[in-house]
Ligand binder design. Structure first.
Ligand code: ATP
Length: 234
């Protein structure tokens, strides 16, 4: 299937410091691509470039074949790009309902947004009046996913979904991610630690110091990962 998101030779950095040195990556509808790599490799920067919130200094980003390299984050969101940032994309001091209410900017009614959220994550239905930050970490990530899904994304990008969560909760969240992809959403997942996501992903790429070191089917990569991580620590 043709990719919906395509990064071609993407370069980016902060000031004069280069972080991404020519990254190619594609994600097709219904596919889950895992972008792995050690601390500081540039994974978050890559997601931010794809979402238009950080400028690239070279190369291009294409959405359904259209050059969106200079498109604003707002327009990219309208075109179906959704980034759930590291550290839970929610407002912890607001209630679950208020967090969902904000997503009505997409044109959906509040009832619709709540219905979609509760259909996928029934637990949120019981938490509507609860302050989001007082929920468990897993529930907060469910809320972040529900907020993302309210935008009806074509491309869902998740930054360290598993951060700080118990393995069982992470598996449960990734079951939801698999289900979301099954409905045709292209999913790009960034994780520093590979184990859980490797069971879920269709394709994995390893970013080290701003370059894709290796990529392929996850089961073929697992043995290479340990040495890559050790190799990049120096
Ligand atoms: P992590 O798992 O730690 O988030 P990462 O692979 O996502 O790592 P990035 O967050 O993209 O990596 O960071 C890549 C490099 O860019 C790091 O060296 C980081 O220190 C640097 N960096 C990130 N954000 C900024 C910023 N706002 N200003 C300057 N340098 C930054």
């Amino acid at each position: 299937m043709n990719p919906i998101l395509e990064l071609r030779n993407v370069q980016a950095g902060y000031g004069r410091i280069g972080v991404l040195h020519g990254v190619d990556l594609t994600v097709a509808p219904g596919q889950i691509v895992a972008l792995l790599g050690p601390n500081g490799a540039g994974k978050t920067t890559l997601l931010r470039v794809a979402a238009g919130v950080h400028p690239s200094s070279g190369g291009g980003v294409f959405l359904a074949g259209r050059d969106t390299t200079r498109t604003s984050p707002r327009d990219l969101a309208r075109l179906g790009i959704c980034l759930i940032p590291e550290g839970r994309g929610i407002f912890p001091n607001l209630t679950v309902r208020e967090n969902l209410l904000m997503m009505t900017f997409t044109g959906r009614s509040v009832d619709e947004v709540e219905e979609i959220a509760c259909a996928r994550f029934p637990i949120l239905g019981k938490r509507m009046s609860q302050t989001a930050g007082t929920m468990s970490g897993g529930e907060q990530q469910m809320l972040a996913l529900a907020r993302g899904l309210a935008t009806d994304p074509a491309v869902l990008m998740l930054d360290e979904l598993s951060m700080g969560l118990a393995p069982l909760i992470v598996s449960e969240l990734y079951e939801h991610v698999t289900e979301i992809a099954r409905q045709g959403v292209a999913v790009l997942v960034v994780e520093q630690f590979a184990t859980t996501v490797l069971h879920t992903a269709d394709h994995a790429a390893v970013l080290v110091r701003g370059r894709i070191e290796t990529e392929g089917p996850p089961d073929e990569l697992s043995s290479e990962l340990a040495s890559l991580y050790l190799g990049s620590a120096s």
